[in-house]
Design a binder for this molecule. Sequence first.
Ligand code: CDP
Ligand code: MG
Length: 451
Amino acid sequence: MSTFEQLNLSKQQLNALHDLGFETPTPIQAQSFSVIMSGSDMVGIAQTGTGKTFAYMLPIIRSLKYSEQLNPRVLILVPTRELVLQVVEEIEKLTKYSNLRVLGVYGGTNINTQKRAILEGQDIIVATPGRLYDLALSKALKTSDIKKIVIDEVDVMLDLGFRFQLMNIFEILPQKRQNIMFSATMTDDVDALINDYFIAPKKVSIAVSGTPLDNIAQTTYNVENFYTKANLLSHLLKDKETFSKVLVFVSNKRRADLLFEVLNEIYNDELCIIHSNKTQNYRIRSIKQFEAGENRILVSTDVMARGLDIEDISHVINFDTPNFPENYMHRIGRTGRAKKEGKSILFTTAHEADYRIAIEALMDYKIPVLEFPKEVEISEKLTREEQPKEKEAYNPHKTTDGFVKGAAFHEKSEKNSKINQGGSYRREIAKKYKKPKTRGDKNFNKRNKRK
Ligand code: CDP
Ligand code: MG
């Protein structure tokens, strides 16, 4: 497939794509089109930033006839509120020359405003699961005419955190409907669930789950502890030209707030933060400021890891090593989008070494380790969670803010050596995360690359 003209698109769609400057469909767009048009259930797997949104929107919009009916006919479910906003924007770009009505709904905002908007009549609803279900229960949203449902980021949506909400939604949808699912990663569990819940879904797989993008240059550092990580990050960020738009992932809200506090002393005006305890307005503002380049550095939890398409992020820094290897793929996937070059840097403590091994096993790629810069100070200050547990209750030096000053994080060399062990443990983890047959044919990628 060489141009969009060769897909069976409408004149309006072609004009909209032309305005966006897009001429050729990406592989996932080209290969999903006819499958979705045929009406069968489908699962699409393709790497981050390869155009999955339009892969489902092009055929859906193509087959959605103009109608004045009030009840929505298409439902798109995504895991975060920010992603709702983004997908709505993408649909608006694509429907610039047609009269389709699209509405985004999500929690943390006034539900009555959303109810009124739904009652005006909509064609496509983009939603987070919780709010969608609340709107359906309140009868503001009628689900009886929904013919197609898209579950974007399907692996996380069918994971335990979301699964029950999703099951509730399935129960109130018409039995006869088309289920369309997309993600960059797939786990065995989710794969099995998909086969149980959906009717003979066709698989369109551009890359095996966990295939890293060549255009993201990955590196990693072995780092002692939280405050040493902060020192290293601070050191790297000094180079404003290279580190021009930096997304920093931290494992939880508490650590995000703490890192923000520490960095704030130096990078005050250049810094913003997002996590699920911030108000929705604050979250949106942080992303806008980062996107527009008003703030160079965004500190975030995994709330930003999935799906968000922000232009020209120069670096993704994994301040903490994620313990689900798939999350690493999604985090680094915020850079290197639409074939651009991106860089990712992973900080790993001895305690996190096993997580990195699992990530490397998933990708089938060993991340090059960079030498820890001599000029960066190794901190001996420990966070509360880094303090040796058994000592905590008896520690007379504990300060009120929960930090122990001067307590060394001992056994450094021994613990760090574990990272490079490569022994039986590594093999065990590799076995656990080995690519199952259902994830597709690994050689498929190699064959395609050669062409
Ligand atoms: O969902 P996924 O991570 O695969 O990527 P996306 O967010 O749908 O799209 C990534 C970027 O590619 C967006 O900025 C699109 O505007 C752009 N793009 C596209 O989707 N299709 C093309 N044919 C060309 C560019
Ligand atoms: Mg996406």
